[in-house]
Design a protein around this ligand. Structure first.
Ligand code: HSE
Length: 435
């Protein structure tokens, strides 16, 4: 049996993911050592309460409440405590004492990523974060390494399992959003407070990370436009299904450089219609998927579990083997590439297609008046249909699909429609992506 130099591994946090990382590391340590070329010795697990009940039985002697002492002297620190502090301070301490750091902390990276990457670069250490976006799905390494020689035009992801689960049940079972959320909570998909999921904050943090990697540009969380799914109704989901679309909460990172359009990057999260033939429409339940459009590689899709203790532990352990290999070879870490430093565009500048539903007066000349409002704002119509589910004899429901238009032009159109005498109400406005 080959004798390896031991690397000291410090684990911060023994929650859902942390306890599975510890279990797998203890169970498969020898095999991982053979793959890494170094022994991986778990020297301690920092927790708030060593006596807390855990899904996994771990050796009591590994627990400590002194995270700070554990970090100092470790070769590799795995941060899985989540939240901004003390995670940020502990990571900075670990990097400054020469350790490589692995984290799954999307909130921290979206908020303080630039500071942490800079700190790692200063000391020649490396920060790994495969688990921060889409759980088990390898997406950070493909963007950071495999596609580093290509130009990415667009990344479109279903990166929040809770909201995908809810929208999927609304679509396939006809449940209301409240009913579907209750099931998600019972099954442990949604947190007790599901705000970060259903309001899109979780997906926005992931969009910030993905956009930064895809476009070699720092994309701060404040520059990611965000809408959650709370406004999505069962009527919208059913109308979409009848029209051949699925409603999905999408994280979209896009390079915009077309003639006449502002040059830069857009990162945004909102519920949108995608054609039921698009690969992302086939992502059901709590699963995640990321669809990438690259100049040379063409279209790529990455699919799998976006959460779960064991599943996410797989991503963390992959980072651990990479970090250990780097220690064996020696030399400084490979920093993040922010070389492009592109402008981040506001939501008003993005260009997409829209699906607008209106209740209008059912009398001659109304269609022409509505069409005029769109044309006055430079929004070109692609399809106009009168929906069958008319509310009363004097009201008709129009469903209008637009050609590509700017968000600003569409917003002005919707406002003019709402003020028009022939329009009773604008009942739904959804963006159309992926077609
Ligand atoms: N709350 C997240 C989700 C967990 O529902 O996808 C993974 O980040």
């Amino acid at each position: 049996m080959i004798e390896y130099r031991n690397l000291r591994i410090a684990l911060l946090g023994a929650g859902n993911v942390g306890s599975q990382v510890a279990r797998l590391l203890l169970e498969n340590g020898r095999e991982l050592a053979d793959r890494a070329g170094a022994g991986l010795e778990l020297v301690g697990i920092a927790v708030r309460n060593p006596d807390a009940e855990r899904a996994v039985d771990l050796p009591r002697e590994l627990f400590t409440t002194d995270a700070q002492s554990l970090v100092v002297g470790a070769d590799i620190v795995i941060e899985l405590i989540g939240g901004l502090e003390p995670a940020r301070t502990l990571i900075l301490e670990a990097l400054n004492s020469g350790a490589d750091v692995i984290t799954g902390n999307k909130a921290l990276l979206a908020t303080h990523g630039a500071e942490l990457f800079e700190a790692a670069e200063q000391v020649g250490a490396q920060l790994y974060y495969e688990a921060a976006v889409a759980g088990a799905i390898p997406i950070i390494r493909p963007l950071r390494e495999s596609l580093a020689g290509d130009n990415i035009n667009r990344v479109m992801g279903i990166v929040n399992g809770t909201t995908n689960f809810i929208l999927d049940r609304m679509t396939t079972l006809g449940e209301s959003q409240e009913q579907a959320l209750a099931v998600a909570t019972d099954l442990g998909y949604a947190e007790a407070d599901p705000t970060a999921d259903i309001e899109g904050y979780d997906a926005a943090q992931k969009a910030s990370i993905l956009a930064g990697l895809a476009f070699h540009t720092i994309v701060p969380i404040e520059s990611v436009y965000r809408e959650g799914i709370t406004g999505v109704t069962l009527e919208q989901v059913e109308a979409a299904r009848r029209a051949g679309f699925a409603v999905k909460l999408l994280a979209i990172c896009e390079r915009i450089s077309a003639d006449g359009a502002p040059d830069g990057v857009s990162a945004r999260v909102y519920p949108a219609l995608i054609p039921s033939t698009h690969p992302l429409a086939a992502v059901h339940g709590g699963k995640n998927a990321v669809f990438i459009e690259a100049e040379a590689a063409g279209d790529l899709m990455f699919y799998g579990a976006g959460a779960g203790g064991t599943e996410t532990a797989s991503a963390v352990l992959g980072d651990l083997v990479s970090a250990a290999r780097r220690h064996v070879i020696g030399g400084p870490g490979v920093g993040e590439s922010h070389s492009a430093d592109l402008t981040i565009l506001p939501i008003d500048d993005i260009i997409t297609r829209y699906n607008v539903r209106l209740d209008v007066l059912d009398k001659p000349g109304v269609l022409a008046a509505v069409a005029t409002i769109f044309s006055e704002h430079g929004v070109s119509l692609e399809t106009v249909e009168q929906a069958v589910e008319e509310t009363d004899a004097a009201t008709a429901t129009l469903v209008i699909g637009t050609h590509r238009a700017t968000e600003a032009a569409l917003a002005a159109t919707v406002s003019a429609l709402a003020d028009s005498d022939v329009v009773r109400s604008v009942t739904s406005v959804l963006r159309v992506e992926g077609s």
